[in-house]
Design a protein around this ligand. Structure first.
Ligand code: NDP
Length: 300
């Protein structure tokens, strides 16, 4: 295991990921835009001498690996420059592991900029949600040089269970975006189907019971709808704003690759509208509420 790691971005998923690196043998520095979170994290892990860094540069200084987990690639790119930026602290030979669900084009631009300075880059977005992060059982999809992934493997293994090399820089981002576009399709289509069935006189719980024993089932029908929609709990674990961003990336990847993709483009439009209607803090499953509002009715 490497000795020195910087982790930037203590959000909903970044925090439980970083916890797996607050262990003996690792010198961990954390940075977060809202400093109170990094200070609290360091205090909670004082036994392992976790350091709350004042700036990205300060976090990166002396680190062998720098991990970022921010909303989009734009925020990662914005963290690079300036006297307090990551580049001011990262030495040649450092490896930036970006766990953001980013976009391929920006990741490629970041990788090229870092390469000029002898710094490596891999995109390493994750799936498995907050629970997967807490359990250290994330799936991590990596884009970039295989030798760099090999170097980062001990770090990634501390947070994830299934670590897959997907291709060149940006491949992890592209795969993550398409996965989440499928999630969005499943949430939306299950919502439409259950609302239609409810009006036709079939209770959503009965419908889900049958669908989950049949070929229409998905993670949405098996887990999200029973646990979050039928109960009306809608816990906030993964923001709708972030899913909107992911579907937008997937739709862009499809357009860039000249793939006929009416379903992906429409899903991007629907989630953009749901995000605009429900705001920045809504959870992704709350897209169902937007559909309910448009239709009139509730799935319960
Ligand atoms: P959150 O919105 O919970 O946290 C975002 C983090 O980014 C916070 O630490 C926030 O700091 C920081 N941040 C926001 N804007 C800036 C900025 N301009 N400059 C610097 N830091 C900034 O997001 P998540 O943790 O949920 O998601 C992070 C990434 O992981 C996203 O790409 C998301 O798509 C992906 N992801 C999330 C999953 C989940 O279940 N939540 C699952 C899989 C992937 P501050 O505390 O100051 O707001």
């Amino acid at each position: 295991m490497p000795t020195s790691i910087a982790f930037l971005g203590l959000g909903a998923i970044g925090t439980p990921m970083a916890r797996h690196l607050a262990i003996p043998g690792i010198s961990l520095a954390v940075w977060n835009r809202t400093a109170a979170k990094s200070v609290a994290f360091a205090a909670a892990h004082a036994a392992h001498a976790v350091r709350a860094a004042a700036t990205p540069a300060d976090a990166a200084r002396g680190a062998e690996f720098v991990l970022t987990c921010l909303p989009t690639s734009r925020e990662v790119e914005a963290l690079l420059d300036g006297p307090d930026g990551l580049l001011a602290g990262m030495a040649r030979g450092t490896l930036l592991v970006d766990c953001t669900s980013g976009d391929p084009a920006t990741s490629q631009r970041i990788a090229a900029k870092l390469a000029e300075r002898g710094i490596g880059f891999i995109d390493a977005p994750v799936s498995g949600g907050v629970v997967g992060a807490e359990n250290g059982r994330l799936t991590i999809m990596v884009g970039g040089d295989a030798a760099l992934l090999e170097r980062a493997l001990p770090v990634l293994k501390a947070m994830g269970e299934k670590i897959v090399h997907c291709g060149a820089v940006g491949a992890g981002d592209a795969l993550k975006a398409v996965n989440n576009a499928l999630l969005a399709v499943h949430i939306w289509s299950a919502g439409e189907g259950l609302l239609a069935l409810a009006r036709a006189g079939v209770k959503p719980s009965v419908a889900l019971d049958v669908i989950n024993a049949s070929s229409g089932r998905s993670n949405s029908s098996m887990n999200l709808f029973p646990e979050r929609v039928l109960t009306r709990a809608f816990p906030r674990t993964f923001r709708l704003a972030l899913l909107d961003k992911d579907v937008g990336i997937a739709a862009q990847v499809a357009r860039d690759q000249k793939v006929t993709s009416p379903l992906m483009q429409l899903t991007a439009e629907l989630f953009r509208a749901a995000h605009a209607a429900l705001g920045e803090e809504a959870d992704h499953v709350e897209a169902v509420k937007y559909l309910e509002q448009m239709t009139g009715g509730e799935i319960r």
